[in-house]
Structures are given as C-alpha cells and as structure tokens.
Design a protein around this ligand. Structure first.
Ligand code: SF4
Ligand code: SF4
Ligand code: SF4
Length: 261
C-alpha cells in the first residue's frame, strides 16, 4: 500500500500550496509513489483522512482552527509545516501589535460574523510538529526532498546555515557591504537559492531565523547605516514576527514589551 499524504490549509494565502503544485514533473512522479488523499487546491478532499504525512500550510487564527489542528495531529504519523505562516505566524500575526477588534470593524461591514482570535500563532504552538520548512513561499524542492527522505525511512535534513552561505556560493556581490543595503541574510536561514541578493536586493528574511542567529547585533549594524530603530524593528517584526528570536529583537528595537498571548 502506498504512503498516504495530505496537504492541509489554515490561515494563509495558498502560496505554499501553489509552490508545491508548481513542482512540475516531480509532482507527477510523486503521484506514482504516494496517495495524495487530501489536497483541496489540487482537487482531492478527505479532510479527516488518516495519513502517514500531513503537510500543513497557514497559521492558527480562529477558534475552529484551534480544534481542527488537534484532529489532524491525531490522524497523522508525521506533521511537516510549510511556509512562514505555519512556522512563525505569517504576516497576519501583525495583529499581535494592533487592536484586532478595531481592524476587523474597519474592514468588514458586519464584523459580528467574523470569529477571529486576537492572535495568529505557528502550528507548533498548538501540536507537536515533526519538521518545519520555512519560506514565503516554501521552496517546492524542499517539500519534495522531505517526502523522498520519509519514503526512504530517513529523517529529512533541513539546512540551518545562513542565507549568506548560499549567497556566497552563488558568487553574488554582497549588497550589505558594497551598497549599504540592510540585508537580513546574516540572520536568515538559507533555502531559497539566494533569490533577492542575486538580483541586487537585500534579503528580508522570509526564510526565518537561522540557527544561533544574533539579530540584535545585525540591528546595531543597521543603525550605523542610518536606519531608525523603528525601521529596524519592522525588519524583524515582518513575515516571521512570531519566531521568538526575531520577535525579541523587533520588540527590543521598537522599545516595547509585548506579550505573545
Ligand atoms: S508563507 Fe507566504 S506564500 Fe506561504 S501561505 Fe503564508 S503568506 Fe502565502
Ligand atoms: S548580500 Fe546579504 S545574503 Fe549576500 S552575503 Fe551580503 S549580507 Fe549575506
Ligand atoms: S533572499 Fe531572503 S527574502 Fe529573498 S527569497 Fe531568500 S530568504 Fe526570502
């Protein structure tokens, strides 16, 4: 019997599912090796399926989602989160720094129908997550590599080095050193193929914090480049603002103490 795989969606833009779908021929090969039992973006719907591997896109931002992720955990041997929303709250976690009620009232004509939490939290804050794949969106080759590893009974290897390593290997000219652009590469996990520096643009850390990063030190460097502390805070309190190390650096530069609750 083929291993069963599901791809679940929570609060997100669907971009990580699309990245998965855009894997091209590799996805066709994959469909020979596994049974894709739930992947609503691709057509298969079996929400409560028991599976070997469940990929989860999106953050937890409604009471319904708090319950649904627990069921998925019960039904899945392994859970792999995909993308910044699922691993660090996503851009929608900016609500942690605002009044959610006010936002909802200003956007929806009938806010009483919106059942939203005041928080947008990573999947790992609610259930045990076996592996996390970061990025906004996630890189489809990382997703396929994780599946291949599990199909061979191996542990997926998730690289933890900095984006700078990947950038250097590509032979890019450093935009931080040569152009004084506030590039987040030194504190960001590699995996995107160095997309931004390759086109002469600083990294904005969509792959989240690398292991043992020192964001406060990088923030001090940005301050010497002339950035205001507010501008530095915004760099850390962005797509991955619920990643603890970025959250700590961002709130430090913002000069506030914020609870994640
Ligand atoms: S991580 Fe980015 S691309 Fe993926 S679902 Fe969230 S917002 Fe979309
Ligand atoms: S451009 Fe950015 S990612 Fe590349 S080496 Fe410089 S700081 Fe690192
Ligand atoms: S260079 Fe940075 S911001 Fe750009 S895609 Fe890669 S991790 Fe994301």
């Amino acid at each position: 019997m083929k291993p069963r795989v599901a791809v679940h969606k929570f609060t997100s833009c669907d971009g990580c599912q699309l990245a998965f779908l855009n894997s091209g021929e590799a996805l066709l090969t994959l469909s020979d090796l596994v049974d894709m039992v739930h992947f609503s973006e691709a057509g298969a719907v079996e929400l409560d399926a028991q599976v070997d591997i469940a990929f989860v896109e999106g953050s937890i931002s409604t009471p319904d989602e708090e319950q649904r992720i627990k069921k998925i955990r019960e039904n899945s041997q392994f859970i792999i989160t995909i993308g910044a929303c699922a691993t660090a709250g996503g851009i929608q976690a900016l609500r942690h720094f605002a009044n959610t009620k006010e936002w909802v009232s200003s956007i929806y004509a009938s806010p009483e129908y919106i059942h939203s939490l005041n928080t947008s939290t990573p999947i790992a804050s609610h259930v045990k997550v076996d592996w996390e794949l970061w990025g906004c969106p996630v890189n489809s080759s990382q997703v396929l590599e994780a599946i291949r590893s599990l199909l061979s009974n191996a542990t997926p290897r998730i690289k933890q080095d900095s984006e700078c390593m990947e950038c250097k290997r590509k032979g890019n000219i450093c935009v931080l050193v040569t152009q004084k652009q506030p590039c987040m590469g030194p504190v960001t996990k590699l995996g995107c193929g160095s997309l931004c520096p390759t086109v002469g643009r600083g990294c904005y850390a969509c792959y989240g914090p690398k292991e043992n990063s020192n964001p406060q030190s990088l923030g001090n460097w940005f301050e010497q480049l002339g950035l205001t502390r507010e501008a530095i805070a915004q760099k850390f309190l962005h797509i991955n603002n619920q990643a603890p190390v970025f959250n700590k650096a961002g709130t430090y530069f913002k000069g506030i103490k914020i609870s994640n609750e």
